[in-house]
Design a protein around this ligand. Sequence first.
Ligand SMILES: NC(=O)c1ccc[n+]([C@@H]2O[C@H](COP(=O)([O-])OP(=O)(O)OC[C@H]3O[C@@H](n4cnc5c(N)ncnc54)[C@H](OP(=O)(O)O)[C@@H]3O)[C@@H](O)[C@H]2O)c1
Length: 256
Amino acid sequence: MTYGFIGSGTITEAMVAGLMASPPAVPKIVVSPRNAEVAARLAARYSKVEVAPSNQAVVDAAGVLVLAIRPQIAKEVLEEISIPQGRKVISVIAATSHEKLAVWTGQDPDAIVRAIPLPFVADREGVTALYPPDAEAEKLFGALGSAVVCESKDEFNLLAAISSMMATYFGIMERTTEWLAGKGMSKSKARNYLTPLFGSLTHVASRSAESSFGELRQAFSTRGGLNEQLFKDFDELGGTAAMTRALDRVLERIRA
Ligand SMILES: NC(=O)c1ccc[n+]([C@@H]2O[C@H](COP(=O)([O-])OP(=O)(O)OC[C@H]3O[C@@H](n4cnc5c(N)ncnc54)[C@H](OP(=O)(O)O)[C@@H]3O)[C@@H](O)[C@H]2O)c1
């Protein structure tokens, strides 16, 4: 089976790196000629990756087609190519519905799989939400970490919304580092402390599947102590409200 990618950008490079890590998870990959630099780099790095002369040549070569272009140009790019009926089409294009993709590709909307790969797929550590359930897509994203199969479009949209927490995670680290720096600490020392602190908390959550996050928060809060005080302040001073409002706004944009 040959896998074809339309759009050779950041997420394609990450997926191809993950798929071609040793041992390769797929026999052959064909990528579109744009972006020329990324496509050439992938072909130079992996013997099983080829650059096709055009987007149509990618379609013609691939049994599974991955659409990885920006939403702004999706209509133009997809209307220019002809995808035979029955070809497996997996779209990672953000905030672009099955219905729009079906019109632009001439495919049945129920046959198109949408997925949200994250950059960690490059190291086969990505958790990828997908909808609808599909054996081929589950195999692909399973090889790149793990696949979370959504039962409905609503569920898929919720995970799409929550995946936009990545920048805020680093934003919290950025702001707390700035706070420490403002009190006179070097940013490198702040980073050397914060990174393992957050990493250890993630490990605890992974190891404690039986505990809810609320239970973990309580387990890490001495009664009357500093952790309890900080979360109470965060909650009462508007932190939770701001995050909830921000997630609602992202979800509105995704559903539009
Ligand atoms: N990056 C992520 O972590 C991530 C995760 C999940 C989903 N996504 C989604 O995946 C899609 C791609 O994101 P990205 O971050 O990889 O963006 P990107 O780095 O900008 O990649 C998009 C690629 O499409 C190429 N392109 C432009 N016009 C084209 C055409 N006519 N035919 C074929 N390719 C063309 C661009 O080439 P030029 O540079 O030559 O213009 C660029 O290399 C987006 O819809 C994004 O929302 C991204």
